[in-house]
Design a protein. Structure first.
Length: 733
């Protein structure tokens, strides 16, 4: 049996080894003609005694041997007396144990399951079963049948089985009826089904090509897809209609009528903003409007600075052994008298010095100050620079469960605000509109806010160009640091970053100090050189161990993308060894010792502090850790002292991180950075990507590739336009 062989197995479930009730993932033993076979995959509610037809691919677990990964499952209820007894006595139906199972079968024989589902009150004929208990048994069994029929429906229409648990969590027992009534809900964020598949399902169920249900779903999909994937907070109405017309192959006139219906029902917002007839998703419209209103209120507030401000600043200079330049002093003074301020500047201009000064001033004023950043690594770096605790914005706002929606939400808000008197946020260029709206909502009315960042770095992954909009609006008190200090100017990394930002190509022929270019013009040469740098040259010659080197690439694919880089780097830096646990998932083998990244926000994940008693919830997109162990079905990852256990169904949230894209490296700083610069699409080989890559390096930056590709990135200042109304809302006021 090869790993890629697709095969059909049929048999009865003998044992359920593991089952995750949240997402339906299960590990079970299937009795196939007397031979027990391990099957893994999403199989919600499966129980011993059931007969399964499983279509899947064979994989090999390093410890437990061959197992089938289920891709489609058809379930048949037990039919013989022996199968029914095995099923009921397994505990699959709550309230029925071995003794009760035997009594039910003795009373109703092969009709036992039909009686339980359709006429459970007959169970009162059995001694010990009350009418209430009979109804409870019937209700539990009907729920299981709902899950079974939903799974059968998904299998029939070739949809992922993982949807079974997600849909039942969202819609309960009526999940199947809800999906049949509106298949387009599968496109929603929590289900992530491609629109084309949901559309095909809807058409197969009889939805007409010009049905308003289909047209409205297409409009909302294009609006959400473009906002969250391309960084827009709104779309011009004309562009939205044109894109949806192409997607659905229908006329724009029909879509205009549906657009009006969506606006009337409040499922979309439409208004004139930034010279456009803008269409918003309601949540993004509310977030943008709230940010503009709150920031303007805070910008107008002038606070009395503390008495003896000059004396306090001189004291800070003495304690921190510095002497502020005029721009730096202006930043500290501005923080003393304004409720909100922006602090911006490129590398080497003293942002960190100012930030430390503002923090020290707030402490002297008796203000309780919270430090935060968008990512875990950025928060850790901020805390180290300021010698105090810092957290991610997500953790600062805390998370809780909303029983109305079934989703996790921030528990800190206007009803339960943060206790802090002041909040300082670093790397604000990474903050998107929804997150900033949540942060502002959680600030007390008199809380101060200092936003620090570099607007020339890549914008946030999520919607909006928040930090750049705040700066360009000129509505918020701002200090822009421009002077490069003498010590910083000695760094070729900093000089090169400023040259790149001005559109000038650094002299790549001069390999000096902390900035080097190694010319390689073939993908294989780039990969070989990077492996040699990480495995031998930098550790041996410069004393920089491999775990303090971060390899970056503008792209995931192509010959020098992160996919190819991770494969060769894992082989070189963490090869397989006897006794070293590993587990295959998709195209990747996760192995103890691997560097990995959490690639989506998950507020549910429980972490515990290594060697301590502290614990908490939530891991976030961009968090990087190291696999400590792979035992049985669990992969244990250490994220800088926070230990998380990943079961097999959670592995889609992890990716290898020996090499990461420049976008994923935002907000982080590394002792040494190696950039593969050879090939990539024009949208990725840009000045902003190169500038962001260079500014991630603290001690050493090495670019490996073609100097022509580097020059091309410098000259390619293409910036994908993002539709955002925040700047206009701020400027209008």
């Amino acid at each position: 049996m090869t790993e890629q062989e697709l095969e059909l197995l049929e048999g009865s479930v003998s044992t359920v080894i593991f089952q995750n009730e949240e997402n339906g993932y299960a590990i079970l033993k299937l009795d196939v003609r007397g031979e027990e076979v391990t099957v893994v995959g999403p199989m919600a509610g499966v129980a011993p005694g059931e007969y399964l037809s499983v279509r899947g691919r064979w994989t090999r677990h390093p410890t437990y041997g061959p197992q089938m990964k289920a891709e489609a499952v058809e379930r048949r209820l037990p039919q013989s007396m022996k199968e029914i007894f095995h099923y009921l006595s397994s505990g699959a139906v709550k309230g029925v144990g071995k003794t009760t199972a035997r009594l039910i079968i003795e009373a109703f024989g092969e009709d036992s399951l039909t009686v339980i589902e359709e006429d459970p009150e007959q169970l009162v004929k059995i001694k010990g079963i009350t009418r209430k208990r009979a109804r409870q048994i019937g209700e539990v069994f009907r729920q299981q049948m709902g899950a079974r029929r939903l799974m059968e429906f998904l299998t029939e229409h070739q949809l992922p089985l993982e949807l079974t648990a997600l849909l039942r969590r969202a819609y309960g027992d009526v999940a199947l009826e809800v999906v049949k009534a509106n298949p387009y809900l599968l496109v929603n964020e929590e289900f992530e089904v491609e629109f084309s598949r949901a559309d095909a399902l809807a058409l197969s169920l009889g939805v007409g090509r010009e049905d308003p249900l289909r047209l409205e779903a297409g409009l909302l999909f294009e609006l959400a897809h473009n906002n969250y994937n391309n960084g827009h907070t709104f779309l011009p109405r004309r562009k939205l209609v044109e894109a949806t017309s192409t997607l659905l192959e229908v006329s724009g006139e029909l879509l205009e009528e549906c657009m009006e219906a969506l606006v009337r029902r409040g499922e979309a917002e439409c208004e004139q903003v930034a010279g456009q007839e803008a269409v918003y998703l309601p949540a993004l419209h509310e977030a943008e409007v709230c940010i503009a209103q709150r920031v303007l209120e805070m910008s107008r507030a002038e606070l009395l600075p503390p008495q003896g401000l000059d004396k306090l600043i001189r004291r800070i200079e003495q304690e921190q052994h510095i002497s502020y330049a005029p721009q730096q002093r202006a930043a500290v003074e501005l923080a003393a008298g304004r409720q909100v301020m922006l602090l911006t500047g490129g590398p080497g201009t003293g942002k960190t010095t100012c930030l430390r000064g503002v923090l020290a001033l707030f402490e002297m004023m008796g203000l309780e100050t919270a430090l935060a950043a968008p990512t875990g690594r950025a928060a850790k770096r901020l805390g180290e620079l300021c010698s105090t605790d810092a957290s991610t914005i997500h953790r600062l706002l805390e998370t809780g469960f909303d029983p109305r929606t079934g989703r996790l939400v921030f528990t800190r808000n206007s009803y339960d605000p943060l206790k802090a008197d002041a909040v300082i946020v670093d790397e604000t260029s990474m903050v998107d509109v929804p997150l900033m709206a949540a942060l502002l909502d959680a600030l007390r009315d008199d809380c101060r806010l200092v936003l620090v960042g570099d607007p020339d770095q890549l914008p946030s992954v999520g919607p909006g160009t928040l930090f750049a909009d705040l700066i360009r609006s000129r509505a918020v008190p701002t200090v822009r640091l421009t002077e490069i200090f003498r010590q910083a100017a000695q760094s070729a990394i900093i000089r090169s970053a400023h040259l790149i930002n001005r559109g000038e190509v650094p002299d790549l022929r001069r390999s000096e100090g902390d900035f080097f270019c190694l010319v390689r013009r073939e993908p294989e040469e780039v990969l070989d050189t990077i492996v040699d740098l990480c495995r031998r040259r930098l550790p041996e010659r410069m004393g920089i161990p491999a775990d303090q080197i971060q390899v970056l690439s503008p792209t995931r694919r192509r010959g020098t993308g992160t996919r190819a880089l991770n494969q060769v780097l894992q082989t070189a830096l963490n090869p397989p060894l006897e006794g070293k646990g590993e587990r295959r998932f998709g195209d990747w083998v996760f192995r103890a010792g691997d560097r990995v990244m959490q690639v989506r926000n998950n507020y549910d994940i429980l972490w515990r502090e290594e060697g301590g008693t502290d614990s908490g919830m939530g891991m976030f997109n961009g968090d990087i850790g190291v696999i400590r162990s792979v035992e049985r079905e669990v992969i244990t990852v250490d994220f800088d002292g926070k230990v998380v256990e990943y079961s097999p169904d959670m592995l889609g949230e992890l990716e290898p991180a020996f090499a990461v894209t420049v976008h994923k490296a935002q907000g982080s700083e590394y002792r040494a950075v190696i950039l593969a610069a050879l090939d990539g699409g024009a949208m990725l080989m840009t000045r902003g990507v190169l500038y962001t890559a260079v500014t991630r390096a603290r001690e050493l930056f090495i670019v490996v590739g073609d100097p022509a590709a580097v020059a091309g990135m410098v000259h390619n200042n293409r910036q994908t336009r993002r539709y955002s109304g925040l700047r206009a809302r701020l400027a209008e006021e």
